[in-house]
Design a protein around this ligand. Structure first.
Ligand SMILES: *[C@@H]1O[C@H](CO)[C@@H](O)[C@H](O)[C@H]1NC(C)=O
Ligand SMILES: *[C@@H]1O[C@H](CO)[C@@H](O)[C@H](O)[C@H]1NC(C)=O
Ligand SMILES: *[C@@H]1O[C@H](CO)[C@@H](O)[C@H](O)[C@H]1NC(C)=O
Ligand SMILES: *[C@@H]1O[C@H](CO)[C@@H](O)[C@H](O)[C@H]1NC(C)=O
Ligand SMILES: *[C@@H]1O[C@H](CO)[C@@H](O)[C@H](O)[C@H]1NC(C)=O
Ligand SMILES: *[C@@H]1O[C@H](CO)[C@@H](O)[C@H](O)[C@H]1NC(C)=O
Ligand SMILES: *[C@@H]1O[C@H](CO)[C@@H](O)[C@H](O)[C@H]1NC(C)=O
Ligand SMILES: *[C@@H]1O[C@H](CO)[C@@H](O)[C@H](O)[C@H]1NC(C)=O
Ligand SMILES: *[C@@H]1O[C@H](CO)[C@@H](O)[C@H](O)[C@H]1NC(C)=O
Ligand SMILES: CC(=O)N[C@H]1CO[C@H](CO)[C@@H](O)[C@@H]1O
Ligand SMILES: [Zn+2]
Length: 460
C-alpha cells in the first residue's frame, strides 16, 4: 500500500515537471460548457464515448455537489460566481423581490437588479484586460455594473448547438482586428428538456437524448481541433443539476390543506415559496401538517446547511418536497415525469465535471467536489483575482497537472509511512542495544514485540 502511494506521489511530481503551460503567452483560454440537467449517474448508465474519451485524456469529478435550490438559474449563477444562492440573489426560476416589488420569471429575467448582487466571471475577467463571451448562459444578456461580456447572445432555443459552437470558437480565435476571448461560457438545454418530459428512469428516451448530447461533445471537440484550439485551451464540461423521477402517484395538493386565499404563491415545485396573507404562524401550522412527504419551514428556521435564508428574496414560508414528489395547488395538471430543485444533498440532484486541456492532469478521477469550487478553479486557470466567494481551491487543485496535490490518501499514506519507518528504526535500535547488553533471551522477547507491530491497525 505504502509503495503504491509513494509511486502515485512520484508520478504526480514527474507529471508536473513535464508540464509546459508556463511556456505559453499568458494562461490558456478557458471554455466552460454546461449541458443542462446532466445527472451524474447518466455517465454510468449510458455509453457516451466522446465524453469518456475527453476525460480519459483529462480529469473527471464523478459528482459535483451543487447549491440549493437545485434549479437552472441559481446553479448556473453559482458556477460563474462561486456563491451560494443566498449570496448571489438568483434564488429560483420564479422570484419576488419585496424591496422593489418586482417579479422574476424565466422568460422575464433581464432586469439587471436581479443579477447585481454578484458579478459573473465574464465581467470580472474584463478587468484583467481579457475579452470574454457568454453564449446563452443564464444572465448572458444582462448588464452588470453597466457591462456585458465582449460577445454574447441571449437565449434562443432555435439556435442549434453547432451554431452556438461555431460562434464561440470564432470568438475564441479572434481576428486581425480583435484578439480572441480568454473566457467563454456556453449553454445547451439538453438533457434537461427530455429529462422533464420522459423522466430520468426512461432508459429508451434518455439513451436517445444522451447520444445526441454525446454527439454534440464530439462536434465540439472536432470543431476545436479544426480551428487549432484543441490542446491549447482548457475545456470544462459540466452541468447545473441532476433529475429525479416523478410520478402521478406522488402529488402533494396544497388546496387539500389550505384555501389559496390565505397566501400569495411565488414558486410552486419542488420548493414552494409563499407569502401568507394574514397569519403567518397559522398558515405555517397548517402547511407543516399538510403532507408526510413535504417539509414546511419558516424563513428563520431554514437549515443552515442549505445556505438559503440570508436574502430578501427568500419568502416567509418555504415548502420542500421529498425527492420525486410534486407540489400542486389542485388537480393533477402539468405533471412532469422528471424534476429537480430538491435538496442538494441528494445524489440524484448532482451533476458531474469533466475537464481537459494543457493545465489538467490526464486520466485522473475524483469522487466529489463542490460546484462552488469551480469558480476559484477557473479564476486560478485564468490568473484572474477571484471576487469574494464561497468556494475553495484546496480540492480542485488536485485536478491540475502543475500542482503537487496533498489529497487525503496521500497525506494518510505519508503519515503512515513516516510512522512505519520510525517504528522500524526504534525497534531495530532497541533490538540492537538489547542484544548488546543482554544476549539471546532478550532477543526472543523482543521478537514477540516486533510481531505485534503487524497488528497495528494503521497498517491496514
Ligand atoms: C513548450 O512550449 C514552447 C512554446 O509553445 C515550445 O517551443 C516548446 O517546444 C514546448 N516544450 C515542450 C517540452 O513541449
Ligand atoms: C417583467 O419584470 C418587470 C420587473 O423586473 C416587470 O415590471 C414587468 O411587468 C414584467 N413583465 C411581465 C410580462 O411579467
Ligand atoms: C449605468 O449607466 C447609466 C447611464 O448610462 C448611469 O446612470 C448609471 O448610474 C450606471 N450604473 C452603474 C451601476 O454604473
Ligand atoms: C423560433 O422559431 C419559431 C418557429 O420557427 C418562431 O416562431 C420563434 O419566433 C423563434 N424564436 C426566436 C427567439 O427566434
Ligand atoms: C453566429 O454564427 C452564424 C453562422 O453560423 C453567423 O451567421 C452569425 O452572424 C454569428 N453570430 C455572431 C453574433 O457572431
Ligand atoms: C419512454 O419514452 C418513450 C419515448 O421515447 C415512450 O414511447 C415510452 O412509453 C416511455 N416509457 C415509459 C416506461 O414511460
Ligand atoms: C385577512 O384579514 C382581513 C382583515 O384583517 C380579512 O378581511 C380577510 O378576510 C382575511 N383573509 C383571509 C384569507 O383570512
Ligand atoms: C388525480 O390522480 C389521482 C390518482 O393519483 C386520482 O385518484 C384523482 O382522481 C385524480 N384527480 C383528478 C382531478 O384528475
Ligand atoms: C459566501 O461568500 C460571501 C461573499 O464573500 C459572504 O458574504 C458569505 O457570508 C459567504 N457565505 C458563507 C456561508 O460563508
Ligand atoms: C388560517 C387561515 O387564515 N385560514 C383562512 C383561509 O382562507 C379562508 C377563506 O378565505 C378563511 O376562511 C380561513 O380562515
Ligand atoms: Zn429543468
Amino acid at each position: 500500500m505504502l509503495f503504491k502511494i509513494l509511486l502515485g506521489f512520484l508520478c504526480g511530481v514527474s507529471a508536473a515537471a513535464t508540464d509546459n503551460v508556463t511556456a505559453q503567452q499568458g494562461p490558456p483560454s478557458l471554455l466552460l460548457v454546461s449541458f443542462d440537467g446532466f445527472r451524474a449517474d447518466y455517465l454510468q448508465r449510458f455509453p457516451m464515448p466522446n465524453l469518456k474519451l475527453l476525460y480519459s485524456q483529462g480529469v473527471l469529478v464523478e459528482q459535483l455537489t451543487n447549491v440549493f435550490v437545485t434549479k437552472t438559474f441559481p446553479n448556473h449563477y453559482s458556477l460563474v460566481t462561486g456563491l451560494y444562492a443566498e449570496s448571489h440573489g438568483i434564488m429560483a426560476s420564479s422570484m419576488y423581490d419585496p424591496v422593489t416589488q418586482k417579479y422574476f420569471r424565466i422568460n422575464n429575467d433581464t432586469d439587471p437588479m436581479w443579477w447585481s448582487e454578484a458579478q459573473p466571471l465574464w465581467i470580472t475577467a474584463l478587468d484583467s484586460g481579457y475579452k470574454t463571451a457568454a453564449m446563452m448562459w443564464p444572465g448572458s444578456d444582462v448588464t452588470n455594473s453597466n457591462r456585458t461580456a465582449t460577445h454574447f447572445l441571449p437565449y434562443n432555443s432555435n439556435v442549434t448547438f453547432q451554431e452556438r459552437v461555431g460562434n464561440v470558437t470564432k470568438w475564441m480565435l479572434g481576428n486581425e482586428k480583435e484578439e480572441g476571448v480568454k473566457f467563454a461560457a456556453l449553454y445547451w438545454e439538453e438533457p434537461d428538456r427530455s429529462g422533464h418530459r420522459f423522466g430520468p428512469d426512461n432508459t429508451t428516451a434518455m439513451g436517445k437524448v444522451l447520444k445526441e448530447v454525446d454527439d454534440n461533445i464530439g462536434l465540439l471537440m472536432s470543431e476545436l481541433k479544426r480551428t487549432g484550439l484543441l490542446g491549447r485551451v482548457n475545456v470544462l464540461i459540466t452541468s447545473d443539476h441532476g433529475m429525479a423521477q416523478c410520478s402521478p402517484e406522488r402529488i402533494i395538493r396544497l388546496d387539500d390543506c389550505l384555501h389559496p386565499d390565505n397566501y400569495t404563491l411565488v414558486d410552486l415545485t419542488p420548493v414552494a415559496a409563499l407569502i401568507p396573507k394574514n397569519n403567518t404562524q397559522a398558515v405555517f401550522d397548517i402547511l407543516s401538517k399538510c403532507h408526510a412527504h413535504m417539509t414546511a419551514y419558516l424563513k428563520k428556521a431554514i437549515p443552515d446547511r442549505l445556505h438559503y435564508r440570508n436574502n430578501e428574496r427568500v419568502q416567509p414560508i418555504i415548502l420542500i418536497a421529498e425527492e420525486g414528489w410534486t407540489i400542486v395547488q389542485r388537480g393533477n395538471k402539468s405533471l412532469r415525469l422528471g424534476d429537480h430543485g430538491y435538496d442538494n444533498s441528494l445524489p440524484s440532484m448532482h451533476p458531474f465535471l469533466a475537464a481537459t486541456g494543457p493545465s489538467f492532469r490526464q486520466g485522473y478521477k475524483i469522487r466529489n467536489l463542490q460546484s462552488l469550487d469551480v469558480y476559484p478553479l477557473m479564476c486560478h486557470l485564468l490568473s484572474v483575482p477571484p471576487r469574494p466567494n464561497n468556494g475553495t481551491l484546496t480540492q480542485a487543485r488536485c485536478l491540475l497537472s502543475a500542482e503537487t496535490c496533498w489529497d487525503t490518501p496521500t497525506v494518510i499514506g505519508l503519515v503512515v509511512g513516516v510512522l512505519l519507518v520510525l517504528t522500524a528504526v526504534t525497534v531495530l535500535f532497541r533490538f540492537l542495544s538489547a542484544r548488546r547488553r543482554a544476549g539471546p533471551r532478550a532477543f526472543q522477547r523482543l521478537q514477540v514485540g516486533y510481531d505485534d507491530e503487524d497488528d497495528d491497525p494503521l497498517l491496514e
